[in-house]
Ligand binder design. Structure first.
Ligand SMILES: Nc1ncnc2c1ncn2[C@@H]1O[C@H](COP(=O)(O)OP(=O)(O)OP(=O)(O)O)[C@@H](O)[C@H]1O
Ligand SMILES: [Mg+2]
Length: 257
């Protein structure tokens, strides 16, 4: 298990159980996400990876008949406390999905969306932030002359970087990515990977991936989830070079299923 100094813990699960209807999906999950690192979540389809990361920004709550118990702490505070402002929480903890989901509007408006939602009125500030976010997301050069174009006109890889820019524009602290590259080709994937490595200087990153090579290339820590339980969680090199649990070993060597 990963041992972290208290001050380096950004998110912490304490005894989290999660059910959809009567079916339990997560079992007593204890999990610490380190600040300014990339943590990969791996595990077979249906093991609960998406459910687990959706607990971090309370995205699961919108699912009827779902129930969670235990605690998820963000900066040492339980995000499920009654007084927590969920809109603000989701600003601090942004999310990028498997399928790029730009909004039906221009490139510029996509990135400006969150700022406008926050009622930012200063146009030059919005323009600056849009540019900055697109630069950070490694998309600026490709779109700077066509910011008014519909976001749907971009390629899949560009759309995914646009979604990252949109998440970055509201200055998040944590970015959750649920298989962000699974619909992308190797070149588009490589661009996102190098982008994430840069972003971890300022943000904490949690990424779900089915791609073992990807987990190995980009993450500092890897967590192996199986049947809704954390089987092993360690430094990435350790998990891949010296897995302690047979289940982990089987999964990473492709013997699973
Ligand atoms: N909205 C929902 N209502 C009911 N059951 C759900 C819901 N979402 C997921 N589940 C169930 O919860 C379990 C875990 O799903 P989850 O999406 O977290 O898995 P996953 O590890 O992300 O899988 P994948 O790798 O295929 O994305 C699955 O059995 C799934 O069928
Ligand atoms: Mg999933």
């Amino acid at each position: 298990m990963v041992k972290l100094e208290k001050n380096n813990v950004k998110v912490e699960f304490r005894g989290v159980n999660f059910c959809y209807n009567e079916e339990q999906i997560l079992f007593n999950v204890d999990f610490k996400v380190p600040s300014n690192r990339i943590t990969a979540l791996i595990g077979p389809s249906g093991c609960g990876k998406s459910t687990l990361i959706r607990c971090i920004n309370r995205m699961n709550e919108v699912i009827p008949m779902s129930r969670m118990d235990g605690q998820v702490l963000y900066n040492k505070e339980n995000i499920y406390d009654k007084h927590v402002d969920v809109v603000e929480l989701r600003r601090r903890i942004g999310m990028v999905f498997q399928k790029p989901n730009p909004f039906p509007m221009s490139i510029f408006d996509n990135v400006a969306y969150g700022l406008r939602l926050q009622n930012v009125k200063d146009k030059s500030m919005i323009r600056e932030t849009v540019k900055e976010s697109l630069v950070k997301a490694d998309l600026w050069v490709e779109v700077k002359d066509r910011l008014d174009l519909s976001a749907f006109r971009l390629s899949g890889g560009q759309q995914q970087r646009l979604c990252i820019a949109r998440a970055l524009a509201v200055n998040p602290d944590v970015i959750l990515l649920d298989e962000p590259c699974s619909a992308l080709d190797p070149i588009a994937t490589a661009r996102i990977e190098s982008l994430l490595k840069k972003l971890k200087k300022e943000e904490t990153i949690v990424i779900v991936t089915h791609n073992m090579h990807q987990a190995r290339r980009i993450s500092d820590y890897t967590c192996y989830l199986f049947g809704g339980k954390i089987i092993e969680y360690s430094e990435t090199e350790e998990i891949f070079n010296n897995p302690q649990n047979k289940l982990t070993k089987d999964y990473i060597s492709g013997e699973f299923g």
